[in-house]
Design a protein around this ligand. Structure first.
Ligand code: SF4
Ligand code: SF4
Length: 441
């Protein structure tokens, strides 16, 4: 049986069973049963939509605490470029990178720098013969998981390149170990993450056996300690990433760094679903590249960021004005290719969630039963049964995870029927017995 790890979890004590989250979940992964939400492991893609919508803060993302860095003699921070948009009145990215050193890291390696390498690898693939188009970006792990569970036929469109985070981890360790003459197991590399999906992709990588990253600390957790250190006047020059890599923090950034015109950059998981549906229906056959990002505005809109995504987007665009635009050199690319694994090593598996049984005959039978039950339900998709829609309730019933009586309309119908039956039976009681009863009363 497959083991699951999810960063997104439920704090049962805080959950009021209000059902707000069940409708928002893009993979219908949440049910409310016995007054509490529950997440179905095989469906959850760690998009964090339920974290954003829950009014009681009952959905949380589990990430590593900052103190985890103390478990290694040497520690390297891998800041996501979305971190650069979090701080007010900062005009120099070096200030942000220096404050990471001041809160306890020995070195920083910008994920934006690795994104430049990834852009070059994707360009190569885009220009190669026989590539299946539209090519779909593999940068957002929530989108990749969405494709696995809801659009399995599009798995082969996903670009087989490691994420910038994984490339950054490899390059950072190699550089640091060579420079300081230490072994790799003494060095911990930690991603500063804007989202839960990245944490999940470290613990449970897609297309790879083991992640090169040793942990993920949320932007929210480093924000306060960093704010204090930003006041320091001593600023070393640490920034290496150029405009092409930093742009990856915002929607359209990845596509524009590829230098192509025929692309779609879509942000927000529900918008991504609409476009994937079109690709699945062969309506976008002329498209070269799809950059899909789960969060609104791109990674700057991640649920673990501090700043409003529009404000962060604006800050990053302003910072970019003073950033060098020179891309990675041919020599650097060749050298990096020799040193790191940049292609996914394993297949991205299809994980269709609608499969009702491994046996096709039983699955067909169950599907027919599901359709019959669905037709008997009111079709209001009210969610008061705890399933997100009447169709999912029908599916839950067929899977023996719910009963028709969970539907309030069905229950009312049944109660009415029973009441009418009781009246009919009562009418059949012989008059003398009835009178005896009335007298007793
Ligand atoms: S939104 Fe979901 S997790 Fe939050 S209280 Fe309501 S049912 Fe529970
Ligand atoms: S993280 Fe996303 S997929 Fe998982 S339960 Fe929440 S809304 Fe659904």
């Amino acid at each position: 049986m497959e083991k699951y790890y999810h960063s997104v979890t439920l704090d049962k004590d805080k959950c009021k069973g209000c059902t707000n989250c069940i409708k928002r979940c893009p993979t219908e992964a949440i049910r409310v049963r016995d007054g509490k939400a529950m997440i179905i492991n095989e469906r959850c893609i760690d998009c964090g939509e339920c974290i954003l919508i829950c009014p009681y803060h009952a959905k949380i993302a589990v990430t590593d605490p900052l103190s985890i860095i103390d478990s290694y003699p040497y520690k390297i921070a891998l800041p996501a470029p979305s971190l650069y948009g979090q701080f007010k009145d900062i005009k120099d990215i070096n200030k942000i990178l220096n404050s990471l050193i001041e809160i306890g890291f020995d070195q920083v390696f910008e994920v934006a720098r690795a994104a430049e390498f990834v852009s070059e690898y994707i360009k190569e693939i885009l220009n190669s013969e026989g590539v299946k188009k539209p090519l779909i970006s593999s940068a957002c792990p929530a989108v990749v998981r969405l494709i696995q569970v809801r659009f399995p036929e599009l798995v082969s469109n996903i670009v087989r390149v490691e994420s910038p985070m994984e490339i950054a981890a490899q390059l950072a360790k190699k550089e640091f170990c060579a420079k300081h003459n230490v072994s790799q197991d003494q060095v911990g590399v930690f991603f500063i993450t804007p989202c839960a999906a990245k944490m999940t992709s470290i613990k449970n990588p897609i297309g790879n056996g083991k992640s090169n990253v040793d942990g993920a600390i949320s932007i929210l957790d480093v924000y306060s300690p960093m704010i204090d250190k930003l006041k320091s006047n001593e600023v070393k020059s640490l920034q290496e990433a150029s405009r092409a890599g930093i742009k990856w923090a915002i929607s359209t950034g990845e596509s524009s760094s590829l230098g192509i015109e025929n692309y779609l950059a879509v942000d927000g998981i529900h918008n991504v679903i609409k476009v994937l549906e079109e690709i699945e229906d062969n309506k976008l056959t002329k498209l070269d590249f799809l950059e899909g990002q789960c969060c609104v505005g791109g990674c700057v809109g991640g649920p673990l960021t501090f700043e409003n995504s529009y404000v962060a987007n604006n800050r990053i665009k302003r910072l970019l004005k003073d950033v060098d635009s020179s891309p990675v050199s041919e020599g650097e690319l060749i050298e990096a290719k020799d040193e790191i694994i940049w292609k996914l090593q394993k297949d991205i598996m299809k994980k269709p969630i609608l499969k009702l049984d491994a046996n096709i005959n039983i699955a067909i039978k169950k599907m027919k039963e599901m359709e019959r039950i669905y037709r008997s339900l009111p079709g209001l998709d009210c969610g008061s049964c705890g399933s997100p829609s009447c169709r999912t309730l029908a599916e839950d019933i067929v899977r023996n995870n719910a009963s028709e009586m969970d539907c309030v309309f069905k229950l009312r119908e049944k109660v009415r029927y029973l009441a009418e039956e009781m009246i009919k039976i009562s009418d059949k009681i012989p008059t003398s017995h009835k009178e005896d009863k009335d007298n007793d009363a």
